[in-house]
Design a protein around this ligand. Sequence first.
Ligand code: PEP
Ligand code: MN
Length: 343
Amino acid sequence: MVIVMGPEATGNDLASILALVEAAGVEAFVSRGVQRTIVGLVGDVTQLDQGNLRGMPGVRDVVRVSTPYKLVSRENHPERSTVHVGGVPIGPDTVTLIAGPCAVETPQQTLEAALMARKAGATLLRGGAFKPRTSPYAFQGLGEAGLRILAEVREETGLPVVTEVVDAHDVDLVASYADMLQVGTRNAQNFALLQAVGAAGRPVMLKRGMSATIEEWLMAAEYIAQRGNLDIVLCERGIRTFETATRNTLDVSAVPVAQRLSHLPVIVDPSHSGGHRDLVLPLTRAAIGAGADGVIIDVHAHPEQALVDGPQALVDGDLELLAGVMRDFPPLLGRTPAGTLTA
Ligand code: PEP
Ligand code: MN
């Protein structure tokens, strides 16, 4: 059982709850988040009356669950959630396009990519300033200088920014620039980082670990939620399989499965799944067809010069097709396209 306290809850409200719970012989774990305090109960909770607990001052919700992930599970939260990023919805009614460069390289490259993204109907800008690279010799990102570029490009284009944080020590810094924090596949089970982003007061996009089961992915999301942050978007980005023809294997079935098990929005990254430009549109269509709440796509004006992931970046000539997919496919599933082809 989990007790979710409201933002108005006082120290005395929490103390009364803890006294009641402990008197019933149940152990309580308190997580104090920025937005909410959450009390996880472990032990025999049969003596605790859920209705009484719900009526106590400061209590927002009481959740009784049998899945190992409680706060993100759909079991006790049947309505699917919508997460807002700088005012842009990601949820069951829309299909949101997040696009931009894999990595922030220069102000001009980032602005060009952002304008391409917006032209294709993107309402959020992606771009990594801190890059988690497999090789220590590869470009690691511009760090804070890259965050400043993203903030300038947001100013110029009006697109809120989604950017990755790779180290728990950088969470406050990245959160001071970003509208949404991204946790990448290589950090999907970095529990200290998950807890830190859970306390950062910003929405989080959590990529699926490249060899994580769906349950492990949802448990990772639970680490974030447990710190009081339920503004989490799950991102399927392809998993490791025996197949070598694609960078990863897009697990399309993970979209409806994760949506059945969790109330959180689920988006797809067709760029990092396929790893090749030619696969991005087919995988985008597949993602939307499977019910994804959005897609996140790499774009670059000069991919042959890109410092990271050039082969998978869409170029100017691809944008009209992408815009067409983003415009025409969502209505077939009763959803609103989140953006339209502009200039
Ligand atoms: C990215 O989106 O830039 C990225 C590194 O993705 P992933 O963590 O899915 O590899
Ligand atoms: Mn990349």
